[in-house]
Write a protein that binds this ligand. Structure first.
Ligand SMILES: [Zn+2]
Length: 531
């Protein structure tokens, strides 16, 4: 069974009464809008999104809430921003910092809007809300009061669950300094039931203003430390299902602390957890500050929605996703998609068909119709041959007339193959057919030239070339001559591309103009080595 279906079964079991009552099961995820959002954050979006979709598909009321966390302080400046310009804002809530473009409502909103755009493009439809709204509307007031009154219990939970020791004066609240507006720099000193006394002082990474005073911690004037805040969210938002990334899910980690606080301080049962692994790009853990090449926006430009959803959903949450945009990952993803399509189009029961249907959300449901799927790697080669009519070539492969759906798929793959080639594709997938015999061909050995001569003989003997026939003939010639495969194929690639490797040779030569192939093979097999 597909992992999300079995997870939903477990959720149904736990919330059977709620489901029967018709009240919606609340699924929640969040992202702190501290900069350009890394593609790895889409994993949580997709895991929660698919759970909500499957619940709804079974007729169970579900509500998917997504928090834009804009109340966390800026604790670092993304590398792509002007460091000097943003340094004075370090320690302030993200919603109180100006937007980089001067147009968005604030810093957090600027990055949130881009991320929300991507979430919608890949077909997820959560209800978005802002952390600042929940604080300022007073909805957290009850939890803030309870936390302050249970400061000792919270310190004890930190120590018991995570082993981290807070001194006896530590209070679970951070006031927003009424003088400088920073939240990271304040330390609460005491709580008298309505007011918190605090001091604003320097940290290693940002300066405080030295103010000492007292104020109300309610209605958005203070923030809970994040593990306490997480527990408050469980209660105030009424969360039933919320997964968490691996970094939070270790034993004694932040999730364990938040769950203990939820139970013991806020008297609420924590939500159903779905711990999930990292999403690595080029072998590295997600990092929002690094920037180029791995933002969710860039990935949504590189991959069509159904392929991006497949990348995010096909693996069980407990396994790492490794994405290498400039390696084989992209062609392999398309091959995987084509394999699922085959099962789906054949009405085969099982996970493959199920996953294929789940990656096509309603707006792209037309892609569930059967159509011919040319291999992405081959399309990526074809688009590099200017004289080739890609549509005609795919029609040849299919062996019958193309439908409108086939043509749309070709257009989609052409366009995404071009983007991938421009931005990321490895050298193995790129080539230029050389207009004249490349100079490198002068280094061919006698046996390599003899082999090219035999290939020429075969090509001349055919009235037209087809990929499969040529593929078989090339291998027959190689075997009959006893030449090493590396030397043999290198001779072909050097003669046409001026480099030692290239696409599958039989297929590659078959799509070139036959007269051109004959001319080049004749030149290359006859070329004299410089003495
Ligand atoms: Zn201050």
């Amino acid at each position: 069974m597909f992992w999300a279906d079995s997870t939903v079964q477990d959720i149904e079991k736990r919330f059977s009464e709620k489901a029967a009552s018709g009240a919606p099961i609340v699924v929640r995820d969040e992202k702190t809008a501290s900069g350009r959002v890394h593609v790895g954050s889409l994993r949580g979006v997709a895991i929660h999104g698919i759970i909500a979709e499957i619940l709804a598909g079974k007729g169970i009321a579900a509500k998917y809430l997504f928090e834009i966390n804009d109340f966390d302080p800026m604790d670092g400046i993304p590398a792509y921003l002007d460091q000097e310009k943003y340094a004075p804002y370090l320690g302030k809530p993200l919603c109180d910092i100006p937007s980089p473009d001067g147009a968005a409502a604030n810093f957090a909103e600027y990055y949130a809007q881009e991320f929300i755009g991507v979430i919608k493009e890949i077909g997820f439809d959560p209800e978005f809300y802002r952390s600042s709204e929940v604080y300022r509307s007073g909805r957290y007031n009850g939890c803030i009061k309870a936390a302050l009154e249970s400061a000792g219990a919270i310190r004890e939970i930190y120590k018991r669950v995570s082993g981290s020791v807070r001194d006896d004066s530590w209070l679970p609240v951070q006031m927003i300094c009424e003088k400088c507006g920073k939240v990271s720099t304040t330390k609460a000193l005491s709580f008298d039931g309505s007011m918190v006394a605090y001091v604003c002082s320097d940290l290693e990474w940002t300066k405080g203003c030295g103010y000492k005073g007292a104020g109300s911690p309610f209605d958005g004037h203070a923030k809970l430390p994040w593990k306490v805040e997480w527990a408050a969210k469980f209660k105030v938002i009424g969360v039933d299902v919320e997964g968490a990334g691996k970094d939070h899910s270790t034993k004694g980690g932040s999730r364990d602390v938040a769950e203990a606080i939820a139970r013991e301080v806020f008297a609420t049962e924590p939500p159903f957890n779905i711990p999930y692994e990292f999403f690595h790009v080029n072998g590295r853990k997600m990092s929002s500050s690094k920037g180029a090449g791995s933002s969710s926006r860039e990935m949504a430009d590189l991959l069509p929605p159904q392929i991006l959803r497949l990348l995010l959903l096909q693996k069980v949450p407990q396994r790492v996703i490794d994405f290498v945009p400039d390696g084989d990952t992209v062609p392999i993803l398309y091959d995987g998609y084509d394999k699922l399509a085959k099962s789906y189009f054949a009405h085969a029961p099982g996970d493959d068909s199920r996953v294929f249907s789940l990656v096509h959300f309603p707006a792209i449901a037309s892609l569930l119709a059967e159509r011919f799927l040319p291999r992405f790697s081959e399309v990526a080669y074809l688009v590099q041959m200017p004289h080739i009519d890609v549509v005609a070539e795919v029609e040849k492969q299919k062996g019958s007339a193309l439908t409108e759906g086939d043509k749309a798929e070709i257009a989609l793959r052409r366009s995404y193959a071009k983007r991938w080639l421009d931005a990321y594709a490895p050298e193995d997938y790129k080539f230029d057919i050389q207009a004249a015999l490349p100079a490198q061909a002068a280094s061919l050995s006698a046996i390599q030239k003899e082999a090219l001569g035999k290939v020429l003989g075969y090509v001349r003997s055919q009235s037209a070339l087809d990929g499969q026939g040529l593929h078989t003939a090339l291998h027959d010639i190689r075997k009959s001559m006893g030449i090493e495969p590396k030397d043999y194929f290198e001779a072909i690639y050097l003669s046409f591309l001026g480099k030692p490797s290239g696409p599958k040779a039989g297929w590659f030569l078959s799509v070139l103009d036959k007269a051109f192939v004959e001319q080049r093979l004749s030149e290359a097999s006859a070329i004299a080595r410089p003495s």
